[in-house]
Design a binder for this molecule. Structure first.
Ligand code: ADP
Length: 407
């Protein structure tokens, strides 16, 4: 007897055994018997023609009925269904036919069942991949929502704090004026100074929060003007000089090719970048350490390189520190002073620096052999400022024509 004929004869017994076994073990489908009947018919056609694609319609139907619940439950999935069919088919052949007939039929059937298994595996992987990527999309949407509400919170909090702070500043100034007319004791003077330092620090933090919310919402607008890097650096040097002395540190600023070139940028914002990076260099370098500022002229960019002999930054943190509120746990938790060794800040300085530099069209990054408070490997910050010889808009070009001509 030919194999397809043999198969057809086996159909009733295969059907009842397969239906019974699968209904019990896999706990699925009400119309299981009808489905299996169709499968068996197509399997017979496949064996008869030698073409396993006969089985495609039923396999595609099963694959498309794979649901998320199937995947989550990790049972009654298509692969175990096909595996069960394979097992039942081989059992029925062995138990019902002579050994030789069983063997020859199994040899004929196996390639078709293997085909089913491969197709089922592919279908299941596809469904799983789209299930996982859907889940990833959901997680990403949740994260984006969280980040948005964090930004909204920062913006609202900063603006709400600014109004009472301005009041405190105003009243403190008036109080100082009134009291200045009298002779103040050192204690009274100290109290007044305390209010003034506190409000100044709070103002800086609130300004940073407003900058962060502008950067995160792409609202940072730059006021382009002619800028010279060496002039910005000398402003910073003057600002930092007293603190450098206090910390017994050395600050060396070199004249490098590019430092005296004119470029267009926002001087206030670029000062803020240099101030943040240099203040950090001081903060994360112990007393007596050295900070150098050098650089070079690159095609289209002026590169400023700030190097310190401080505690360094671990490779895994070198990207992280540019995220907002990134603090590495190597600085004090409480904001204890802008230039004190490891005196922590709110963790906004580098995020703002990156926002400003990127909106200029530049880049900022750090290199460091690692973090070590004893060996002090140091850190090197690279700041790429675009070298713009032309003002970014025509109106400004007309306005600045005499200045640029004179420079
Ligand atoms: P913070 O207000 O904490 O200084 P920043 O955004 O300026 O915030 O810096 C983020 C973190 O990056 C700091 O808390 C510190 O851990 C690390 N960091 C920044 N600059 C340096 C540096 N020059 N050397 C070592 N660590 C640094």
């Amino acid at each position: 007897m030919q194999e397809p004929e043999l198969l057809r004869n086996l159909q009733p017994i295969w059907l009842s055994r397969a239906t019974e076994a699968m209904a019990r073990s896999l706990n699925i489908r009400d119309d299981l018997r009808a489905q299996l009947e169709r499968f068996f018919f197509l399997l017979t056609q496949a064996v008869e023609t030698g073409n396993p694609e006969w089985l495609d319609p039923v396999l595609d139907e099963w694959a498309s009925s794979l649901t998320q619940t199937d995947l989550e439950a990790r049972e009654s999935n298509l692969l175990s269904f096909i595996r069960e069919i394979m097992q039942r088919t081989i059992d029925v052949c062995r138990q019902t036919l002579h050994e030789e007939q069983a063997l020859s039929l199994i040899v004929d059937i196996i390639p078709h069942l293997t085909y089913c298994y491969e197709k089922a595996a592919q279908a299941e992987i596809q469904v799983r991949v789209s299930y996982v990527s859907n889940q990833l999309k959901q997680v990403q949407q949740t994260l984006e929502r969280l980040d948005r509400s964090k930004s909204d919170f920062i913006a609202v909090a900063a603006h709400e704090l600014k109004t009472p702070l301005t009041l405190v500043e105003g009243y403190a100034a008036m109080l100082r004026e009134v009291l200045n007319k009298k002779e103040l004791s050192p204690y009274e003077q100290e109290l007044l100074n305390g209010i003034s330092t506190g409000t100044k620090r709070l103002k800086l933090i609130i300004d940073d929060m407003i900058d962060v919310s502008m950067i995160d919402n792409n609202l940072l607008s730059l006021n382009f003007q002619p800028v010279w890097v060496n002039r910005l650096l000398s402003v910073i040097k003057n600002e930092l000089e007293p603190f450098i002395k206090e910390r017994h540190q050395t600050l060396e600023i070199y004249d490098f090719p590019g430092s005296s070139e004119m470029t267009f940028g926002d001087p206030e914002r670029l000062l803020q970048v240099l101030r943040n990076v240099l203040t950090n260099a001081m903060k994360y370098t112990p007393d007596g350490g050295k900070i150098t500022v050098d650089g070079r002229l690159l095609p289209g960019f002026i590169e400023v390189v700030v190097n310190d002999t401080g505690i360094g930054i671990a490779p895994e943190d070198q990207l992280l520190i540019f995220d907002k509120f990134a603090r590495l746990g190597n600085s004090d938790l409480h904001s204890s002073g802008k230039t004190k060794f490891k005196g922590g800040g709110p963790g906004l300085g580098l995020h703002i620096a990156r926002g400003i530099i990127e909106s200029h069209g530049g880049a900022i990054w750090v290199e460091s052999p690692g973090y070590d408070e004893e060996k002090l490997p140091g850190s090197t910050f690279h700041i790429l400022i675009p070298h713009r010889r032309e003002p970014p808009d025509e109106k400004l070009a007309r306005l600045l024509a005499p200045v640029i001509g004179a420079a």
